[in-house]
Design a protein around this ligand. Structure first.
Ligand code: ADP
Ligand code: ASP
Ligand code: MG
Length: 406
């Protein structure tokens, strides 16, 4: 096929209403007329997924996860069918499918299922007929025919996985900003668009809170070397290329600053200082499916010590339940929760060869009278937990300090 195959993904804001869906249809038809084959992955319209979660919470805050997936997958069914109708209206043949219909087979880990394989014959057949194939993002099906979802932001993963499976010539992620920026452009208007970023840096930024790409989609892109073009569905401008190796601006130590307000801090007080205490706590949490992140444990001077860790906010009630039980079992004290925190981080491969990044970061926070509650580092990032009310100031000051501002 002349022009080759493009996988395009449109996020929720790109299909937020009828007009936006019609605009997306026009873009699709333009590509089609240039001779490209198109597989289009679509998210649920704007806030649909959040609204569905809210409704479920009102009925049962501990709803079975299988039923959550059954519910959440409906959001994408609405947008794919409407988009297919809009493309038809413009005189081009299009056909919409659920994840299950196009053979996106996952494990049974509801709400965060992993793709096991993709049986893409159906997509290939439809492409051969010259149709635009429109696939519901964020969802799959188990071998037992239960509907699953791939975790929040999971349409990104659907797109990358399909681009790999179909050996697409391009994978485009259309969103409501013009690409990947040095920090969230909605928080810092001086943020700059990055032309090219490596999988490693993007993975780090995404994992630390830059919601523009789902972290797991970048893991898959990295594993199979699928370059991604992140760009705006509101303009024709080129966006950011996420690639294996990027040409760096000379002297740039930090690539981006991220923030995340979706974590909570749990503290178990007076944990007995003996082998096996931490093992017991974290084994129970992992068996309960809680994703623990930063962990801080102090040296004990009294044979007892406090142990703090962060978790996704969505897991707070589950975590408290499990931790209270284990705390009792090991003879620890109370369990405290703090949802009034945020994480800020600086990310950049440049810090590997540049000493002093941590010192600069801590100094910047200190100058702004922002207290650091927890610190964690990786090869290419440094994160701090601070009080939530300081997060915007911290982002702006760090962005300035590391010379990322326009
Ligand atoms: P979509 O609905 O298209 O999937 P998302 O809301 O998931 O879009 O992601 C886009 C949003 O990510 C942007 O509106 C922006 O506020 C946010 N964002 C956070 N960090 C960054 C960053 N470093 N660069 C670009 N956008 C970012
Ligand atoms: N609709 C899903 C969500 O809001 C998936 C996505 O948008 O990528 O998380
Ligand atoms: Mg998204």
């Amino acid at each position: 096929m002349q022009g080759g195959l493009i996988v395009q993904k449109y996020g929720g804001s790109s299909v937020a209403n009828i007009e936006r869906i019609q605009k997306v249809a026009e873009r699709i038809v333009n590509y089609k007329k240039k001779g490209f084959s198109l597989v289009v992955v679509v998210s649920a319209m704007a806030d649909t997924t959040d609204e569905l979660i809210e409704m479920a919470d009102k009925i049962n805050p501990e709803a079975p996860e299988r039923e959550m997936d059954m519910l959440l997958s409906t959001g994408e069914q609405i947008s794919v069918s409407l988009l297919a109708m809009a493309v038809h209206k413009l005189g081009v043949e299009a056909i919409s499918f659920t994840g299950g219909q196009v053979g996106i087979i996952t494990d049974g880990n509801y709400t965060k299922a992993r793709i096991v394989k993709i049986q893409a014959e159906k997509i290939r057949e439809e492409l051969k007929k010259g149709r635009v194939v429109i696939v519901a993002g964020f969802q799959g099906i188990t071998i037992a025919h239960d509907i699953t979802t791939l975790g929040r932001g999971g349409s990104d993963l659907t797109a990358v996985a399909l681009a790999k499976e179909l050996a697409a010539n391009e994978c485009e992620i259309y969103t409501d900003v013009e690409g990947i920026y040095t920090t969230d452009p909605r928080i810092e208007p001086k943020a700059q668009k990055i032309k090219m970023i490596t999988f490693d840096e993007m993975l780090e930024m995404a994992s630390l809170g830059a919601q523009v790409m789902q972290p797991r989609s970048i893991e898959v892109a990295k594993k199979f070397n699928v370059p991604i073009h992140v760009r705006s569905s509101f303009s024709q401008n080129p966006g950011t290329m996420i690639v294996k190796e990027a040409v760096k601006m000379e002297g740039a130590v930090i690539t981006g600053v991220t923030l995340n307000k979706n974590e909570a801090k749990i503290t178990i007080c007076d944990v007995p200082d003996r082998p096996g205490a931490a093992a017991h706590i974290f084994k129970e949490l992992s068996e309960g499916g809680v994703n623990v992140d930063m962990i801080v444990q102090n040296v004990s001077h009294t044979r007892k010590t406090d142990l703090s860790f962060t978790i996704p906010k969505a897991d707070v009630s589950k975590t408290i339940k499990i931790t209270k039980k284990t705390a009792k079992e090991i003879g620890a004290g109370e369990v405290l929760q703090d949802e009034d925190i945020a994480r800020i981080a600086v990310v950049g491969v440049g810090m590997k060869s540049h000493p002093g990044v941590a010192a600069d970061m801590f100094e910047t926070l200190a100058e702004n009278k922002i207290n650091i509650e927890m610190i964690s580092t990786s090869d290419i990032s440094i994160s701090c937990i601070i009080k939530k009310k300081f997060v915007e100031t911290a982002v702006k000051e760090l962005h300035e300090k590391f010379k990322l501002a326009k």
